[in-house]
Design a protein around this ligand. Sequence first.
Ligand code: ZN
Length: 454
Amino acid sequence: MIDSKKYRDLGTSIKRKENKRDHFILQMMMDKEWFNSINFCHLTQEEIKEWQFKRIKQIVKHAYNNVPMYHDKYSKVGFHPKDLKNWKDFENLPILNKEEIIEAFPDRSISKKYNFKFTTRSSGSSGKFVTIVVSSEAIYRDTIQGARQFFFQSGGNYKPDDLALFIYTCPWWVSSINGKYKTLFYPTTTKIEEATNIIKQIRPKILSLYPTYLLKFYENSVPLKEYGVDLIIVHSEQTSSKQRLEMSNFFKIPVLDEFSSEELTRIALECPNKKYHLEEDACYVEIIDSKTHKNLSPGNQGMLIGTNLLNEATPIIRYFQGDIACIDMDNSCSCGSNFRTIKSFSGRFMDSIVSTYGEIIPASCFMDLAYNWYLEMNIPIHGLKYQIIQQTDGSIDINLQPKQYQISPIDKIKIKNSLYQLLPKDTTIRVKFVNRFLDTGSKFRPIISFKEKK
Ligand SMILES: [Zn+2]
């Protein structure tokens, strides 16, 4: 979930009130599916792939027959759903991007079989919004997978009577599963003192929030563990594993990452062993070469392409939302999940820095480098108070917020020189102290690149 990680993009769901029928259906699905749902990750990779292909065939057929955008897109390349016989056929389908969904909305992007009962929006790079219609089946299944997420990330230590608190942009459609697995929502605009009081009173077991909001709890030394919090899940903004570890050591609570988006739902979740497992029954992930668009084998970094396996109302098939990632060659993990794993997220393609030789260097490399400034210069915490911006001409500005550096004076030359570990010597780099960072909307982006990528 990577502006640069990915990121439930500023989700402004149009809320409909939950009702008895929702909970009746959810309960029925729980009774029928919970056991299989939590054990799906224990199937073999072949069994998982077989299930995925069956589901993908249904979705592609549905999209072709009911969504004009796909009918036109696929007809243009001479494809018909009956041609979809193996993975190669699927991998030859054209890639979908955000602007195409924006352009096709509403008449050409929504399935004829669904109405506008549930919609969700996320921001596009052009500032326009992508609106997705979600089927009620997808919402229910997503709700169950939400409970499963906490079960998985807590290592099985999440029970029906436990409470989860979300500090997020908008609430989920239902607040429990028929009274169990209750969730509570507060907006990110909630003052830190108020949020602290709420946590003290309601004692949530799980806290799900933006890393920048967690940083506020850190700065105020809020003893979250004392207030009953057992697991912290961060999402929507990119953090490095080192930053999460440092937060985790401070709070004495595991801090794990969620990589998700409105369009693709849960893409990958960090397990208690700190490995990112793909959510194989929510989103099918492929990695492709950024130039040739050919599928890459595990161990190679490329564009992340996702297919939403839950929602048919606005089908999302082979979609590039802007992230770079790499699937691990060795997926074994002692947490027991057989879901494929990816190396920690590399960030958004558009925020990768381009060297003077045209080499594309992922945002995550710069985040790791920045983390070393803090270690080497004896600054206690935290890696979020900088921004590295590559301008259109390729030059780089490192912006630092001075009041964060109280222990020792900041060594600008040392910081500047450290970047040459990643970049050629002829790169122009400026280090500046700023009072404000570049506004990137609701989510903080530590690495930004305006340089065009070829
Ligand atoms: Zn694992």
